[in-house]
Design a protein around this ligand. Structure first.
Ligand code: MLT
Length: 406
């Protein structure tokens, strides 16, 4: 008789954003006349920029001709994309990263979820709390997280590093020593960041205790402030302790295209084994390479025209973030994030839980956000709004939320 992986039974009923989608669909069905504004999941609304569409069309045409057709892509990614990434995202910032340390994939979510496979089953993980659910859930599936306490929302074998208004959303070094440390900067969900000096503390700590930092930089395009690093490899010492994840989703609107990459430096070793070799082996076995058309689209993001167009889109979403942040602050909400990030994190109304505020906002303002407690116990009492809606919807959502305060 076959047996299932019982770790799956320990997971919450459904992924956070699926739970929200179900609730919103039920509300819409019961209230068909209401115009709901969705600022919940961080999904983009602007179409793919023209220079990138042009590159995709060209790649499609190549695929339709015998002389230029491409079959399986190299599993680690085409050289044309890995080289331009190394040049523009790393060397241009003074980061010592080579093209062959870059692994192209179908997105940061897959890589963040899969990376844990190359570490031993008894690795202890540390996460910021609140946290992007993929980091914890993928370790639950692998049986690393111990037991779940539904009262507190805490897994017994996970080290939680609270990030709240009280510590200015900067995690303190953990008291117990972790093997793997997940950091997301700029942070999902709080929209806050770490400065170079603050990140240096983590790099030094990881090197000292022999931990690996799994650094999710999916939102780096949104950084506005000078002292916030775009990559962990700007920090001296990171090559021996960090893996970085990047995404084209939030920078170039590729949520439906699917393209990302992971950087595993060759200096990151354990007992003489390069993690680079393990990830290459994993990638080669379980992944047949991101599609040629998408890798050409990714390359176009770095062209002069492509970069100008995508950064205009980023500016559009940053303007939305400003509208949310300023509008809600003016109305009397307590707000955070939104400056180096497309996410605004706010305190819910006194006396409400995050999910109660979710229901209240859906019913009274027909606005959807994400309850902070869905991201971890320290998210309770907070709520996330995304700036990825249209400008018009964003303005209207803020007006509706302002009206609730009157
Ligand atoms: C979010 O809303 O947190 C993100 O869209 C989720 C993701 O990127 O997978």
């Amino acid at each position: 008789m076959f047996k299932i992986n019982e770790n799956y039974l320990k997971l919450p009923g459904s992924y956070l954003f699926s739970t929200i989608a179900k609730k919103v669909a039920a509300f819409q069905q019961a209230n068909p006349d209401k115009r709901i504004i969705r600022l919940g999941i961080g999904d983009v609304t602007l179409p793919i920029a023209p220079a990138i569409v042009e590159a995709m069309h060209k790649a499609v045409d190549e695929m339709g001709r015998e002389e230029t057709f491409h079959g399986y892509a190299p599993d680690l990614g085409y050289g044309f994309l890995r080289e331009v990434i190394a040049e523009k995202d790393y060397k241009a910032l003074g980061c010592p990263i080579e093209a062959d340390e870059i692994f192209v994939s179908d997105g940061a979510k897959s890589d963040c979820g899969n990376i844990q496979e190359i570490f031993s089953a008894d690795s202890r993980i540390a996460v910021c709390d609140p946290v992007y659910p993929v980091y914890v859930d993928s370790n639950v599936m692998a049986g690393r997280t111990g037991e779940y306490d539904s009262e507190t929302g805490v897994w017994s074998n996970v080290i939680y590093m609270p990030c709240t208004a009280e510590n200015n959303f900067v995690p303190a070094l953990p008291e117990e020593t972790p093997d793997l440390i997940y950091l997301c900067v700029p942070n999902n969900p709080t929209g806050t960041t770490l400065t170079r000096d603050q990140l240096k503390v983590w790099v030094d700590y990881a090197n000292k205790v022999g931990a690996v930092i799994l650094y999710d930089a999916a939102y780096e395009a949104y950084i506005s402030e000078e002292d916030v690093p775009h990559s962990i490899f700007e920090i001296e010492g990171a090559r021996t302790c960090a893996i970085e994840f990047r995404s084209f989703s939030k920078k170039a609107g590729f949520t439906g295209v699917r393209l990302g990459f992971t950087v595993v430096p060759k200096d990151l070793t354990c007992g003489g084994v390069m993690l680079h070799s393990l990830w290459a082996r994993r990638h080669g076995t379980k992944f047949n390479g991101a599609p040629y058309i998408e890798q050409r689209a990714g390359e176009a993001v770095y062209s002069e025209e492509g970069n100008r167009q995508v950064m205009e889109q980023v500016a559009y979403y940053k303007k939305n973030a400003r509208v949310i942040y300023d509008g809600l602050k003016e109305a009397g909400y307590t707000v955070f994030g939104g400056v180096n990030s497309p996410y605004v994190w706010l305190k819910v109304e006194d006396g409400m839980t995050s999910w109660e505020f979710f229901d209240y906002l859906l019913e009274k303002a027909n606005v959807v956000g994400t309850p902070g407690s869905g991201f971890g116990p320290s998210g309770e009492g907070y709520f996330r709004l995304t700036a990825f809606g249209t400008y018009e919807n964003t303005v209207e959502a803020v007006e509706r939320m302002k009206a609730l305060k009157k």
